[in-house]
Design a protein around this ligand. Structure first.
Ligand code: FOL
Length: 205
């Protein structure tokens, strides 16, 4: 089977802060959250026979999602937890998440479930982003760069600033629009008094 491509999706402050005390450091970025929901749900047209994309997350991130929104609808939810069985069921019960013990197992599961091309997203938190970034399949980061500081105790493990850093390159707004199917404003947008910009970064090696 061809190696699947992994896309990390994250919203982070200027200092790459992503969390505080088990929740997000900011409040009220509703349109940002809707962008997350649309982008992770939208299936590329060339593979519209694929029922859905997969979202991979750590157990703490799962716990941080309001119960009424979980599992995230119209997406295959894969939760990484050390307490998962070594041999996960070969299909998830309808309307529930699947639990696996590692990023490697999550990838294998997503790949089998989405064998004809559904997208695979990694949605955190820090420990899971870190493991995913060590994986060669991690090709892309969809970063929402929040132009503000909030108190954070959890950080994205890669500093994406400027145009190019650490083997990663920021793609153009047009390339982001093409890949996500979203139309995004040039120069970013503002919500609840906070400015942020949707960005796409890709490995440059
Ligand atoms: N990436 C980005 N860009 N923004 C985020 O807020 C974000 N959050 C996480 C991971 N990557 C992100 C992890 N945290 C929900 C809640 C928390 C969460 C991720 C998702 C959630 O409830 N999502 C619903 C939408 C709910 C709504 O419309 O308010 C979903 O269907 O995706």
């Amino acid at each position: 089977m061809a190696s699947p491509e992994l896309t990390l999706i994250v919203a982070a402050t200027r200092s790459m802060g992503i969390g505080f005390q088990g929740t997000m450091p900011w409040k009220g970025l509703k349109r940002e959250m809707q962008y997350f929901a649309r982008v992770t749900t939208r299936v590329p047209t060339s593979s519209s026979q694929i029922p859905q994309n997969a979202v991979i997350m750590g157990r703490k991130t799962w716990d941080s999602i309001p119960p009424k929104f979980r599992p995230l609808k119209n997406r295959l939810n894969i939760v990484i937890t050390r307490s998962a069985p070594a041999n996960p069921p070969s299909s998830s019960p309808a309307g529930s998440e699947i639990r696996v013990p590692s990023v490697e197992a999550a990838l294998r599961y997503a790949q089998e479930a989405n064998s004809s091309g559904g997208r695979i997203f990694v949605m955190g938190g820090a420990q899971i982003y870190e493991a995913a970034l060590r994986h060669p399949a991690a090709k892309r980061v969809l970063l929402t760069s929040i132009d503000a500081e909030f108190e954070c105790d959890t950080f994205f493990p890669l500093n994406l600033t400027g145009e190019e850093t650490d083997g990663w390159k920021k793609r153009s707004r047009e390339e982001l629009q093409e890949w996500t199917g979203e139309e995004v404003e040039e120069g970013g947008q503002e919500e609840a008094g906070v400015r942020y910009e949707f960005q796409m970064w890709e490995r440059s090696e």
